[in-house]
Design a protein around this ligand. Structure first.
Ligand SMILES: [Zn+2]
Length: 62
């Protein structure tokens, strides 16, 4: 088997790249943590805040 030692981007642990099913992460756990970061960042983006503001402003003017 090939051997290539790299550092996990998540936990910084060194492991054999070719032995991990979850590369470039060392384990499923680290992969899920990274995935979780991406998902939580997407959730923080507000959905169409401009449209909500417009509606509120129109009500105020009327
Ligand atoms: Zn890791």
């Amino acid at each position: 088997m090939k051997k290539k030692i790299i550092k996990c981007p998540q936990c910084q642990k060194e492991f054999n790249y070719y032995e991990s099913e979850y590369r470039p992460f060392c384990s499923e756990r680290c992969k899920m943590i990274d995935l979780g970061h991406w998902l939580s960042e997407e959730y923080t983006i507000p959905v169409s805040p401009a449209n909500l503001d417009d509606e509120e402003n129109e009500e105020d003017e009327l």
